[in-house]
Design a protein around this ligand. Sequence first.
Ligand code: GLN
Length: 279
Amino acid sequence: MTPDLLLRTPRQWVHYTAERLRAAYEADEAEGIAWWVVEECLGCTRTELLLSRDERDLPSIDSILERLLRHEPVQYIFGRTTWRGLSLRVTPATLIPRPETAELVDQALTLYPADRPIRVLDACTGSGCIAIALKKERPCWQVDALDVSAEALTIAQANAEANQIAVRFFRHDLLGDAPLPDYDLIVSNPPYVRLSEQAEMTPQVLDYEPHAALFVPDNDALIFYRALAGLHAATLCVEINEAFGREVCEVFRQAGYADIQLIHDSYGKARIVTGRMAL
Ligand code: GLN
């Protein structure tokens, strides 16, 4: 006998999916993911789903549930995410953009007048999210973006094109390649998680997101901040590991930056450092 032919209303599918996900996720997270899955599988918005009472089949749900139960991020399963109003393609070659990185963009936007045509660099761009968000908000800024990963740059370029945003992407290794030209503003969310922090990380991050974009050695946790401070920028604005607020400020101070600010994110964690090159 066919097991109950798998016809359910969208809401029943959300309920069913959330229940199955409870084996691996807390209730709130399970429900959030369940909505996402049913929206994607039925190709409907949440409002359409809420209004619909049609009973339907969801043919691929079992294979998706299996992947979710192995903690694969739902964003990688469907290959995209929405972040700061942008629809972005993401693959395991790029981090999934985080809410705290949206706060980094908000902070960077305050550093120069909206109508000043400055030159901006996003270092370690990954999916391109920061560069694309800045250029979208400030069309007169010239935005360049670099990454060491050619695979990430392909995704970033595709994201810029899909969102019709002009960013110049180039491959560059911050830790090894030749010096870069001067920029007015350099923004970056570089790798900053110490390898010893792996024990506290979820399998979604640890087993699926690119380690090269996340981790730094415990004995050299500030390596990317020293490289960034060594570039030629009038202003720096970077995301940091909450454990290293004072240390990143000190790296910038030693490189000649002044007016250094340590800013907390909306979870109350030290998350952003900004500085201006002293005249
Ligand atoms: N904030 C990210 C995390 O917690 C890390 C991002 C990064 O290393 N730049 O996983």
